[in-house]
Design a protein around this ligand. Structure first.
Ligand code: AMP
Ligand code: MG
Length: 407
């Protein structure tokens, strides 16, 4: 049986990113992967400008300003945001009213905010010295002309979309999303909405997988439940190879009706990973056929989520052309003793929180691979390495941040 890292390496080495480029508008860029380096054709902001509503002045005029001896300047103009400042020249002894974002006029080197000055009959009184460049935003201080704004492979979130907009990229080059086919297997599975019989269980895996695929930038397509029947399953899977990825849940363990590995061999899928030294998720399967890939996730709902996070998520990101794939791993103190048998890597569902300036982590409670509530309560995975048998309370342990429900 192989280790988690080996399995991830095999998966990532098998996958070639999708090279097709599409163009999306700024409203539809969220979650997409940038397909080209983007350089700025100009400075952002374009000109030196005011960071405050106030007055543009010459700082040296205020050198000896004080409560008793205010500096008095004559106000000669007003510059609004969106107006040009050309033609306005500030000489010693003069000031202009200026709004936030308006270009700094020639001669002026700082801005006095309205709240730090008094205006009376066209004369401005300033009672303290102002330093050169106070409240001035410099041309190019955010982005310099010709510099790299975002590299190819960046996953676009709100700030990145804002950056693209501010350098006038309104048709964003992105890689095509991977098309992902999803099926559930199992005679015992029925769809939510169907009438329940006590010996059946509702399909949760398909919906979990669908949402995870969406979350990591894939295009999910759901193809229903297939019974534990060789012929039907082979038929169904054979129809799905026009997708970049096929994901099934169930049918990869040791059970008499776990047919997926056998069916995949019939469908000419080369099984490259089957069974990994991990808990939960041990039976996970990964196979490839030409440039299509197949994930046979286990049936148990927590195993589905962990094996998705560990293997399918990086696969989707690599296929999509994403440059950054790993999730943040940090260190916390164990809030309780954690024990396990040597051999497999455990991913306990944990809750980390801060106490007296330190991070502590506790398990969410019962950790069975069918207990999906453990996943819902968690904000991290507690990683217990293969060779570890015990981590005592207050010892350090690695945690992987998985989601932040509260923000
Ligand atoms: P299997 O690996 O096919 O033996 O499935 C293991 C267990 O996972 C089953 O006994 C079910 O309890 C559960 N399971 C399988 N498929 C699903 C599903 N689609 N939704 C929820 N639970 C499932
Ligand atoms: Mg099954």
């Amino acid at each position: 049986m192989m280790r988690v890292d080996e399995a991830i390496e095999i998966i990532l080495n098998t996958i070639n990113p999708i090279a097709e480029i599409q163009f999306v508008d700024l409203f539809n860029g969220g979650g997409r992967i940038l397909a080209e380096d983007v350089y700025s054709p100009f400075d952002v902001p374009p000109l030196n400008n005011s960071a405050m509503d106030g007055y543009a002045i010459i700082s040296s005029d205020t050198k000896s300003a004080s409560e008793d001896n205010p500096c008095c300047l004559k106000i000669i103009n007003e510059i609004r945001a969106g107006e040009k400042s050309e033609g306005v020249i500030i000489q010693p002894g003069f000031a202009t009213t200026i709004m936030t974002g308006a270009p700094l006029p020639e001669g002026a080197d700082c801005i006095v905010p309205f709240e730090d000055a008094q205006e009376e009959k066209g004369i401005l009184k300033i009672k303290k010295p102002i330093k050169p460049f106070d409240n001035v935003r410099f041309a190019g201080e955010d982005i310099k002309k010709g510099t790299l704004v975002l590299p190819k492979g960046t996953r676009l979130d709100s700030a990145e979309i804002g950056l693209l907009a501010s350098v006038n990229i309104h048709k964003i080059p992105v890689f095509r999303k991977p098309k992902v086919a999803i099926i559930s297997t199992g005679d015992e599975i029925i769809e939510p909405g169907e009438t329940k019989e006590t010996h059946k269980i509702y399909n949760s895996n398909a919906y979990v997988i669908y949402n995870e695929v969406l979350k990591y930038g894939g295009e999910p397509h759901y193809f229903g439940i297939v019974a534990d029947d060789r012929e039907n399953t082979l038929n169904k899977i054979s129809q799905l190879f026009d997708h970049d990825i096929i994901i099934s849940s169930g049918g990869v363990s040791m059970g008499r009706y776990d047919f997926i590995p056998e069916i995949l061999s019939q469908a000419n899928v080369e099984i490259k990973v089957h069974k990994v030294l991990m808990k939960p998720g041990k039976p996970v399967l990964f196979g490839a056929s030409e440039n299509k890939i197949y994930f046979g996730l286990p049936g148990n709902p927590v195993s589905v989520m962990i094996s998705f996070l560990k293997f399918v998520r990086p696969a989707i990101l690599k296929l999509s052309g994403a440059a950054r794939i790993s999730k943040p791993v940090i260190t916390a103190k164990a809030g309780e003793n954690f024990t396990k048998k040597e051999g497999r890597r455990f991913f306990l569902r944990g809750i980390y929180s801060e106490k007296n300036g330190e991070l502590y982590v506790n398990s969410t409670g019962a950790q069975g691979s069918g207990i999906l509530t453990s996943m819902s309560r968690a904000n991290c995975l507690i990683i217990l390495p293969e060779d570890c048998e015990r981590i005592n309370k207050d010892e350090k342990v690695q945690i992987e941040l998985i989601h932040h429900r509260e923000i």
